[in-house]
Design a binder for this molecule. Structure first.
Ligand SMILES: [Zn+2]
Length: 297
């Protein structure tokens, strides 16, 4: 009981913080999505997103983003809700999504992630020099295929998406609120980010596994909110892009020729945002992966 009381106290304390500047705070927000779900916006330029579930038995945060954003979120939750953050969930091992988790762990939250996340986090820490200055926390609970989290009258299903964008990527399914948190494989209402991730062909089964869930709303990691159809549209975009690049390569086309062909043949997708900025980069990324035999592994 004492531990629970201390956890509750720690998590409702508002930490005065001189590190947060006005220019940071304009990038942060917490907006209601459904009855109990909130959309957390943070990160540099406000382009990283988390999902927060508030119940009468505590709060669940999926992706705390980086430390300044997490500090703002912790204070905001304490101001608005009289509930402790009980669980923090990692969507996957990448620091830009989970870097702020230490604050919540110190407040008593339990960290849940896929079983591959820990090794990936430690490997990134070992190999990336900039990571040595970061404060990483490791998961308390790890799972392989699926983890069912019951809290209050809500169910959050955490489902592994297998190998692709890392080997630790999961989708968080807020069953009653008919919402999924799905990051980095799904680019909602816009083309993919720059030259896309690797191995790009493995993103398709990851996206299809998420599509099999029963949901209306999707919270992506770096783009606007969307609906289920937006995920389907992105799968169509990606599969079309991959197959047209494969055709062009099999016909011996150069990268520049492929770019010119696809600008015309994929024009039906030019309604997607960032088309002018990133479409040719998307083509380049897929072309190089396929040409180098690295699109599938
Ligand atoms: Zn990532």
């Amino acid at each position: 009981m004492m531990r629970i009381a201390l956890i509750a106290l720690a998590s409702i304390l508002v930490i005065p913080n001189s590190q947060l500047k006005a220019q940071d705070e304009k990038d942060f927000s917490l907006n209601r999505l459904t009855d109990d779900l909130y959309h957390f916006r943070g990160g540099t330029g406000g382009n990283h997103f988390g999902t927060v579930l508030v119940t009468d038995e505590g709060i669940v945060v999926v992706d705390t983003v980086e430390p300044k954003s997490a500090l703002w979120l912790k204070n905001e939750l304490a101001k608005r809700f009289n509930q402790p953050v009980k669980y923090v969930i990692f969507s996957h091992s990448h620091y830009d999504h989970i870097g702020g988790s230490k604050l919540f762990k110190e407040g008593g939250a339990i960290i849940i992630a896929h079983e591959n996340a820990e090794a990936e986090i430690l490997e990134e820490e070992r190999t990336q020099q900039w990571m040595s200055k970061r404060e990483i926390v490791l998961p308390d609970i790890a799972f392989s295929d699926k983890f069912v989290l019951k809290i209050g009258d809500k169910t959050v299903n955490l489902i592994s998406l297998g190998s692709g964008h890392t080997d630790s990527l999961i989708v968080a399914h807020f069953v009653e609120d008919r919402t999924i948190h799905l990051v980095d494989v799904a680019s909602i209402k816009q083309v993919g980010f720059m030259t896309l991730g690797r191995p790009i062909k493995k993103y398709i089964p990851q996206l299809e596994k998420a599509m099999a869930l029963d949901f209306d709303l999707v919270v992506p990691g770096h783009a606007a909110l969307g609906e289920k159809q937006d995920v389907r549209n992105y799968i169509d975009y990606l599969t079309t892009l991959i197959s047209q690049v494969e055709n062009a390569i099999s016909e011996g086309k150069t990268l520049e020729e492929t770019q010119q062909i696809l600008l015309g043949s994929m024009a039906e997708f030019n309604y997607l945002k960032r088309w002018d900025e990133w479409f040719l980069l998307n083509v380049t990324g897929v072309y190089l992966q396929i040409a180098e035999g690295e699109a599938s592994d």
